[in-house]
Structures are given as C-alpha cells and as structure tokens.
Design a protein around this ligand. Structure first.
Ligand code: PMP
Length: 354
C-alpha cells in the first residue's frame, strides 16, 4: 500500500478470485467455468474483419446484444443493461441503490463480492444468517428496509429458492430494491425474469460466464423496469460506457441466439452433476442438492483443508473457504465427464489411505 491511498480503503479486503494456476495442468474445478467451448456461432462471429475493427470503440448502448437478450426473456431492450460480467451490474446496484443510509442486506454465506462492494462504498450492511440446513429462509428477508441481494441458486451452497418464495421477498419489500443474482440459474433453478414486468423493485442479474461458456469474454446483464435499468445505465455511463468490448458484444449476441447449443451444454452439466453427486454420496460424502454447476460437499471425519490439499497434490483444484461454518466443505465445479472421473479417482486414492 502506498502512503497515498485514500484512508477509506486502507482496510478494504478485496475479493479473492479462485486460483488460475499457470505452473502445471490441473483438473480445474474451482471457478465454476463451463467445461465446454463457446457455441460454434460465437467462434464464427469473431472473424478477422471484426478483429480489424477493434480500432473502433464498441457501441456504448450495446443495442444489438440488449435486443437479443430482451427477445429471449420477452422484455424490451430498455429493460436490459449489459456489463463486463455480472459483477459489473452488481457493482452498479451497490453504487446506485444502497447509499444515503439505505444500506444493503444479503445472506451471511453467499457470493463474497457483496461484502466487498459494501465495504468499498462504506455501506451499512446487514447479513442474514442462513438457517441450520444452509437454506435462506424467505421470511428472514421480509421488510428489511434495505436493498437486498440474493444469489439464486446461492453460492457456494447451490441451494435454490422457488420463484414463489422470491415473489414473497419482493412483495414484502416493495419500498426497497431486491436484486436476484441468477449467475447459476440455468442449471436448474426458476428464474425471476418473468416477474420483472410485475414488480418495479426487482432487478435480476445473469451472466454469460457459466451456462454460455464465456467467462473469459466478461459479459453479464441485468433485467428490470425501464426506470431501474436507466439507473444502472446512469452508473455505467458515469464510469465506463465502453465496458463491454466489441468482440464480447458479438460473442454474447451469438451465444444468446444459439438456444440449441445452450440447451445441450446445460443438460450435459446437469447430468454430470447428478452423476458426481451419487458418486460422492457412495463415498460417504454429504452433498447438498444443487441447482448450480457445482456441488457443495463434505465428508465427516475428513477435514476440508486436508481434502483440499490432497486433491491439489493429485492435480485437482476445488474451492474452499476458511470461515468456520463451511471450513469442512468443498465447492466442486462440474466439469466434463473425464474431469469428474479424475476427481473421483483422486478421492478414491485419498480415501484408501484414510
Ligand atoms: N454472482 C455469483 C453468485 C457468482 O458466483 C459470480 C462469479 N463467480 C458472479 C455473480 C459474477 O460472475 P461474472 O462477473 O463472471 O458474470
């Protein structure tokens, strides 16, 4: 830290992204990426003429991509905002809707970035404790008088609320914005996108990083009333109007328009998740029922840290946190069938010595 850093940030704990190793080849099950490449239509859209056009700025209004997204969800382009990953849109939600004493609320075990944004903007944040079984109880989120962030499915648990449960949260917070972060929704949860026309206090965020295999392109979007979306656009045009580059705009549009490929990939991930879950159960793991592209699992009597390190030694990277309630749990991304075979083989090797 230099002596020039604003004192407000001297204790800021930045978000710690999952490891992106360069030293050796791992089976990488730690950052919830897709094991499948982007749609062939994405690859066709990024041609050399488009690369040559990188001398030009991208369309700051991202109208083609917003139109493609709006078409898919039965909304108008004015109800869609796009950003550099859904992190960008979540950042704008914290920027736009949580200051001046409003504050934020989110589950105590959830996406780590919520806390970071809260600290970055010096917000009053309230954590909603997950219940004993790791679920978010909708009624714990009623009438909080704060901007609420709920990841659905939640991360890292993979557990999802139903659309009707979330409708309850939105109904009981009509005076506040409710942001439903649907980064993983395509792997088995119900989206709140159909509620956007009904509630002027709902924002849904989604990403191209998981179910559309574009984590490296950084594209995400928010859906909401045209007034809420105008607020997010105000944040975007007041920070970086060109936040989504030309190639990513094209990639996102091609991916959104290729529904067939999307269906195929997400079905493959869901099938592999269920197979992985039963293989883990058969080896004495407790595995939460997941609606995401990862599973959250622990094995009684095997400390999470040991398991994490033993897997790493055998070339398999998973994700783990030190916080007390989840210290023994591993979040394991669903990869290809071969990736998951490698995970199971590594576990068998570890457990035979246990
Ligand atoms: N929300 C949740 C719950 C996530 O886990 C992530 C990424 N890991 C994001 C949002 C952000 O994803 P991206 O910026 O790649 O869209």
């Amino acid at each position: 830290m230099s002596r020039f850093l604003d004192g407000r940030f001297s204790h800021l704990e930045a978000y710690a992204p999952g490891e992106q190793p360069r030293d050796k080849k791992y089976v990488k099950l730690n950052t919830n990426e897709s094991p499948y490449p982007p749609s062939p239509k994405v690859i066709a859209a990024i041609n050399s003429a488009e690369v040559a056009d990188l001398r030009l700025y991208p369309d700051p209004t991202a109208v083609s991509l917003r139109t493609a997204i709006a078409g898919r969800y039965g909304l108008t382009p004015e109800q869609v905002s796009v950003g550099s990953g859904s992190d960008d849109l979540l950042n704008f939600c914290f920027m736009a809707f949580c200051g001046s004493g409003t504050g934020a609320a989110f589950p105590d075990i959830s996406y780590g970035f919520y806390k970071v944004y809260g600290e970055l903007y010096g917000l009053d944040c309230r954590e909603i404790p997950l219940r004993e079984d790791f679920t978010v109880a909708p009624e714990d989120c009623y009438g909080l008088g704060r901007t609420i962030f709920i990841a659905n499915p939640n991360a890292p648990t993979g557990l999802a609320l139903t659309r009707e449960q979330l409708r309850g949260v939105i109904e009981h917070n009509r005076g506040s914005v409710v942001v439903v972060d649907e980064a993983y929704v395509d792997f088995g949860a119900e989206s709140c996108a159909p509620l956007v026309d009904e509630y002027d206090n709902l924002i849904v965020t989604q990403t191209f990083s998981k179910s559309r295999s574009l984590a490296g392109a950084r594209v995400g979007f928010a859906l909401g009333s045209k007034e809420l979306i105008a607020d997010l656009e105000l944040m975007k045009f007041s920070t970086n109007p060109y936040s989504v580059n030309r190639l990513s705009l094209l990639a996102g549009e091609a991916a959104m328009r290729d529904g067939g490929y999307f269906e195929k990939c997400r079905a493959a991930v869901i099938a592999e998740r269920e197979r992985t879950r039963s293989e883990l159960l058969a080896r004495g793991f407790e595995v939460l029922p997941s609606s995401a592209n990862f599973v959250f699992a622990r094995r009684d009597g095997t400390p999470g840290r040991e398991l994490f390190l033993a897997l790493r030694e055998r070339g398999v990277l998973v994700r783990r946190w030190d916080s007390p309630r989840i210290a023994d749990w591993l979040r394991i991304t669903i990869g290809s069938p071969e990736d998951m075979d490698a995970l199971i083989a590594a576990l068998d090797d570890i457990l035979k010595g246990a």
